[in-house]
Design a protein around this ligand. Structure first.
Ligand code: NAP
Length: 285
């Protein structure tokens, strides 16, 4: 039997409708949620991501500001720009598009963003708050994964979740969120011996390695929920995930496609975090 498809596009659309309604309410109270995105250099992929973020912001009636800086920008100048945005009343969320030029210390830049405006959820204060299950800005991709699972009514408590990947942006926070929801979590990474032994035991398998076709049918338990975070290009230049969709769909209970799975959720959760930041700014007045 073929797996049920988890339609990220549709789940994201519904979530965006709810965000849109809340944005309209806030605007009626005189506050327009505002997101500032800083783009450094001329990385084509980064530009595409930034354009999509701006488009979604505008679609939902939020204010979006783009600050474009050259590859040669100094760390000091970048810090100065962020400090200005930290003080701005019209900007509630600040996002610095990664990767940064190699001469810039990414850690210093992330730590310059006010934790109250850190809509990517990368600041150590937000990471610490998430680790201790306090209210925090949650990194968008892991937050999107949880939102998707909740929208299909998946049980997480007591389940065995295997996360492939341990990056600070996806793998690590994803595992932590599952742990916060009472799952038993196993992390796998590039040094894991016998990956299959772990993935085969997953009730929920999250693949975030960035390796096309890493997960084949013999990695997956019958009926498992398979979340494919990977965004890779195959030999024909087509976008694909980490999961061999055509074979795994016959084994899994649920599966996310690429494209149209986790991707639309990520951008939607950025809008969710920006709205949350705008609401937070009102609560302080
Ligand atoms: P990353 O920083 O490169 O991390 C990849 C992780 O996968 C690392 O922890 C690495 O292990 C592990 N890994 C690599 N090869 C492996 C293998 N053969 N077996 C097991 N583990 C392996 O990447 P990322 O930023 O987390 O992103 C992961 C993927 O998700 C990428 O394809 C990225 O484009 C995609 N992504 C998608 C979205 C979305 O919205 N859909 C958002 C963000 C990222 P080590 O730690 O040992 O090196």
């Amino acid at each position: 039997m073929a797996a049920e498809l988890i339609d990220g596009k549709e789940i994201a659309r519904k979530k965006q409708d709810r965000i849109d309604a809340e944005v309209q309410k806030l605007k009626a109270e005189g506050v327009t949620p505002g997101l500032a995105v800083i783009l450094t250099g001329d990385n084509q992929a980064s530009r595409t991501y930034v354009n999509n973020k701006q488009k979604t912001c505008n679609k939902l009636g939020m204010y979006s500001m783009l600050i474009e800086l050259p590859e040669s920008v100094s760390e000091q100048e970048l810090i100065r720009r962020i400090t200005e945005l930290n003080k701005s009343d019209e900007i509630h969320g600040i996002l610095v598009q990664l990767p940064l030029p190699s001469h810039i210390n990414e850690k210093a830049i992330i730590e310059t963003i006010s934790p109250e405006k850190d809509v990517d959820g990368f600041h150590p204060i937000n990471i610490g708050r998430m680790m201790t299950a306090q209210d925090a800005y949650i990194p968008c991709t892991p937050a999107g994964i949880i939102e998707m699972l909740e929208s299909i009514g998946a049980d997480i408590a007591g389940k065995h979740v295997v996360v492939i990947g341990r990056s600070n942006i996806v793998g690590k926070p994803a595992g932590q969120l599952f742990l916060n929801k009472d799952a038993t979590v196993t992390y796998c990474h590039s040094k894991t011996a016998n990956l299959k032994e772990y993935t085969k035991r997953a009730d929920i398998l999250v693949a975030a390695a960035g390796k096309a076709n890493l997960i084949t049918e013999d990695h997956v338990k019958h009926g498992a929920i398979v979340i494919d975070v990977g965004m890779n290009r195959n030999a024909e230049g087509k976008l694909c995930g980490d999961v061999d969709f055509e074979t795994v769909k016959h084994i899994a209970g649920y599966i996310t496609p690429v494209p149209g799975g986790v991707g639309p959720m990520t951008i939607t959760m950025l809008m969710h975090n920006t709205l949350k930041a705008a609401k937070y700014s009102i609560s302080k007045i």
